[in-house]
Structures are given as structure tokens and as C-alpha cells.
Design a protein around this ligand. Sequence first.
Ligand code: HEM
Length: 203
Amino acid sequence: MQARLARRVNAASVVLGAVPLLILAARGIWWDLGANPVETLTHTTGAWALRWLLASLAVTPLRRALRAPWLARLRRTLGLWAFVYAGLHLAIWLLLDLDLDASSLVSEVTERPYITLGMAAFLLLLPLALTSTRSWQRRLGRRWVRLHRLAYAAATLGILHFWWLVKADWREPALYAGALGLLLSLRWAHLGRRAGGRRPAVV
Ligand code: HEM
């Protein structure tokens, strides 16, 4: 019963993750990407990378609250979607903004702080995506859990990257920062309870 529910929730998250991408592709096919298509592509993929990353981090507190260990797979699927969108975001920028010019890449990364922050966020997501399989989880044991805490750092850098580039309306990055703050508080509260000796049922 639970295994079937887990499979269904996971399948739904696989489909859900693809939706913004399909909408973007459809808009591209219909020439409906606005006055600046490259900007639309960069912004949409960047925004969804951050949204899926935060959604993946929300799975653990949800799993604890519902006492539903089978939700663990959802965190992995959403995290992988975050990586896919971040990869596309980077690829679009490299290909359409920089024309794959290596010297521009170096100067952009070293001279523009928001690009440095975005690149750092991406580089943190990379080992998480590469070690997201069960075999890596088994191989790394406790170290896997520690490594995957980097997702919080990647989200922090992703939000700073976004905040840095907004010119006037900071409401959206502020919303993401609030969501991350809430997730971190839930995590610290959980760690505090654990340190206090009350081991929760779902770890
Ligand atoms: C891999 C290195 C990265 C590069 C080179 C990069 C570059 C960019 C650029 C050029 C923009 C548009 C800036 C403008 O408006 O002029 C942008 C926007 C954005 N990026 Fe990145 N980025 C990177 C990684 C990331 C990552 C890992 C995330 C999320 C975790 C992210 C999230 C965002 C968001 C949320 C926006 C703004 C979207 C919006 O306006 O709605 N970026 N990025």
C-alpha cells in the first residue's frame, strides 16, 4: 500500500518537474518567449532551479511531520529536477549569452559577484546530483547525509545570486529567503530535540 503510494507520488513529481520545461518549450515553438527570448529562458530556468531546490528541502520536514519515510524519494526527484533546471540555466547562458567563449566565462565569473554566486551554487549541486543514487548513498553512509546538507548552502547561494541581480523588486527573492529561513529553523528545532535526547521516530 505504502510502496504503491510512494511510487505514485514519485511518478507525479517526475511529471510535475517537467511541466515548466514543457511550457517553455511550447512557448519557444510558438515564438512566444517575449521581446528578449534569451532573458526569458535564463530567468525561467533559474527561477525553477531555485523553486525545485527549496521544494526538495521541504520534503524532509514534511516527511517527519507526516511520519512518512517513503517520501524520501520525493526529495531526490525534486533535487534532480533542480539540478536539471540549473544545468539548462547554465547551458543557455554559456551558449546564448557568451557564445561559449572561455575568456568571457572567466571574466564574468571573476568580475560579476552574482555570477560567482550562481556558479558556486551550481558547483555545490553537482556532487549532490552525481551521488544521488542508492548505491552512492550506501557507499558513503553517514558521509552521504553530511554531503547532502550542502543543498542548504546551494539554496543560500542561489538566493543571494538572485537577490544580487534584482534591480528594484526584491519581493520574489525575499519570499525564497523566508522559505529557506523557515526550513532552516525547522531543521535546527529538529536537531535541538534530538540533542535533548528525544530521538524522533523518523530520522
Ligand atoms: C551556473 C552558474 C550560473 C550562472 C552563470 C547564472 C547566470 C544567471 C543570469 C545571467 C541570470 C539573469 C540575470 C539578468 O537578469 O541579467 C540569472 C538569473 C537567475 N538565476 Fe542564475 N546562474 C547560475 C546558477 C544559478 C543557480 C544554481 C540557481 C538556483 C539555484 C540560479 C537561480 C537564478 C534565479 C532565481 C534567477 C532570476 C530568475 C528571475 O528573474 O525570475 N542561478 N542567472
